[in-house]
Design a protein around this ligand. Structure first.
Ligand code: SME
Length: 160
């Protein structure tokens, strides 16, 4: 496995994802450890896009618990239905939040976070965690991110 990512600049968001996703696939190839793979995905997304915070929360008992991430320290536990992450889990839906201040119940781990996208991670039809990405800019995320980040999380094997 190559350990350096090829980071492209001055490219559209689509081009950045199209360059990055095969590299993430190569990073995960042959590695079955979930934490190792989530850690490298968070690092690869952060390195290419330099978003404020990129990371995973994993369902443990009846809460989301902080998993591998890149960015500032974050809240460790989120109840089902709370905040953007807990709502994505409860609804089993991707949520795009253009302005976190306008999202009722948003959990502000940092006041620097202005917009957010959260995708549920499914294993055998159950939500077993979420991918959470935060930006310091308003309106950072759209359906393009939802589409390509879904392709990223579809690369994760949960039952290995
Ligand atoms: N803002 C999230 C909490 C997690 S942090 O942003 C890393 C939420 O409302 O669920």
């Amino acid at each position: 496995m190559a350990e350096d990512l090829k980071i492209i600049t001055a490219a559209s968001k689509e081009e950045q994802y199209i360059s990055l996703i095969p590299q993430i696939e190569a990073l995960l190839d042959g590695e079955t450890d979930l934490v190792a793979n989530l850690a490298n995905i968070a690092a690869a997304l952060k390195e290419q896009f330099n978003w404020f915070w990129v990371g995973f929360y994993l369902v443990k008992h009846d809460e989301l618990v902080l998993g591998p991430f890149q960015g500032p320290v974050a809240c460790t536990r989120i109840a089902k239905g709370r905040g953007v992450c807990g709502t994505s889990w409860a609804k089993a839906e991707t949520l795009i939040v253009p302005d976190v201040d306008a999202f009722p119940g948003h959990i502000a781990c940092s006041s620097a976070s202005r917009s957010e996208i959260v995708l549920p991670l499914f294993s055998h039809g159950e939500v077993i965690g979420v991918l959470d990405v935060d930006s310091a800019e308003l309106n950072e995320f759209d359906e393009t991110d939802a589409l390509f980040l879904k392709q990223v999380i579809d690369l994760i094997k949960f039952n290995a």
